[in-house]
Design a binder for this molecule. Structure first.
Ligand code: SF4
Length: 409
């Protein structure tokens, strides 16, 4: 999703290409063998140990802790594994994280990484600290095929799905940089699948990665602290509800079909009433479940009083359907302009006016805070930087051309 507004005040410029944020070198696939263990959930890793390595299943737990808790990727440094097992692992597996092409830090602790996924593709991952929490925004695809009209990612089209390793690798890179220690020293408390791409269009890899995020042997995040944001892929919302229990966010952006179909073309396939029914089913699986509806405010497009009234009607219908007041949570996101867009951000007064109408109708509707204007760090804008001919993109391309992603890390 592109709506998240995380523009940040950058205190440091792009780091030298030779180092990740903490100066440590990120492992590469060069010379490695077999399965990338980042690709495997706990059960799959246990199967791998039993079936491929002929080892006890619990050995997989030791390796998961080395990788996700201690950020060790060299089997030779996994000192509680016997020499014979380390040899087998070296012959049949490797642990390969995305390469850090460059990273940036803000004075308020916000941090952004440009991560190379292969020789031609890169994505951005952003860490946003806030009162008592640290949220990582993670991408699921390189580009996106859904073509939402206000999204800069859409302008670059769809390149490919990310693998599970490339998704969980974003968490690993950030957690390692932050010195995060699951269960003890949590710097990373929340993950939102709101980066580049439609997560439900890469269902299996995303669900597997989210299982590692929530696994005690992975990052130990509670279900509600992992949020998946979708433009509204209805069959996959139902499937997600069968397999997972993460928080659900829906990119709504318009309360009526005519406008939403214009902004989010997927709405033509799954109109609002069909989408809302799927959200109700998701919420009804478990008492007390709420759903967040993201609403990017665009000047003169969806920010008028009638839009607010229609939005209230929709949200109240959702609350009634799940029999819980406040089950529908609204997140207002002022549009963050990017080069070439036809949309504009409403004035602060217009944003406050829209919010007031929602509040007067009893809805809680926070306005997502802007974290600075000197860098385009909102998801869509981040993504756009990979494709746009901006100074940073030119710099990135130059590095790819001259050094390759892996060498640039
Ligand atoms: S085009 Fe894709 S990434 Fe952009 S808002 Fe739509 S679903 Fe999200």
């Amino acid at each position: 999703m592109t709506e998240r507004d995380t523009r940040i005040d950058i205190a440091l410029t792009a780091s030298a290409p030779a180092a990740a944020g903490d100066g440590a070198r990120v492992p590469t696939a060069a010379g490695s063998n077999g399965r990338n263990l980042f690709d495997l959930s706990r059960v799959e890793l246990e199967d791998f140990f039993e079936q491929t390595l002929g080892e006890k299943r619990y050995r997989a737990h030791q390796v998961m802790k080395w990788i996700h808790h201690r950020y060790v990727t060299d089997f030779g440094q996994m000192t509680d594994l016997g020499k014979a097992l380390r040899g087998k692992l070296e012959a049949h597996a490797h642990v390969h994280a995305p390469s850090v092409v460059f990273d940036k830090a803000s004075e308020d602790g916000t941090h952004k990484w440009l991560l190379g996924m292969d020789a031609k593709n890169a994505i951005e991952t952003v860490y946003i600290p806030d009162k008592g929490r640290g949220t990582l925004c993670v991408s699921s695809q390189v580009g996106c095929a859904l073509n939402c009209q206000f999204c800069s990612t859409a302008t670059q089209g769809f390149n490919r799905n990310l693998t599970t390793a490339e998704i969980i690798g974003q968490v690993w890179v950030a957690a390692r940089h932050l010195g995060n220690v699951p269960h003890q020293q949590r710097k990373l408390t929340n993950v939102v699948m709101m980066g580049m791409g439609e997560p439900l269009a890469n269902f299996d890899n995303v669900v597997r990665a989210m299982s590692i995020m929530r696994d005690d042997l992975g990052y130990g995040l509670a279900n509600k602290r992992v949020t998946l944001s979708t433009a509204g892929m209805v069959p996959q919302i139902d499937k997600l509800g069968e397999l997972s229990d993460v928080s659900l966010a829906v990119s709504l952006h318009a309360p009526v079909d005519e406008l939403r179909s214009e902004l989010v073309p997927l709405n033509k396939k799954y109109p609002i009433d069909v989408l809302m029914d799927a959200c109700v089913r998701y919420a009804l699986r478990k008492p007390g479940t709420s759903v967040t509806f993201e609403y990017t405010l665009m000047k003169g497009v969806n920010d008028q009083p009638q839009h607010a009234r229609d939005l209230v009607r929709l949200m109240k219908a959702f609350d009634r359907a799940v029999q819980m007041k406040g089950a529908a949570k609204i997140n207002l996101i002022p549009f963050n302009p990017f080069p070439g867009t036809r949309f504009e951000r409403p004035s602060d007064a217009a944003i406050r006016g829209f919010q007031k109408l929602l509040n007067e109708a009893g809805m809680i509707a926070p306005v997502r805070r802007t974290r600075g204007d000197d860098i385009d760090a909102a998801c869509g804008q981040l993504k756009g930087q990979v494709a746009d001919r901006t100074r940073r993109q030119a710099d990135f391309r130059r590095r790819l051309d001259t050094q390759g992603v892996d060498d640039a890390a």
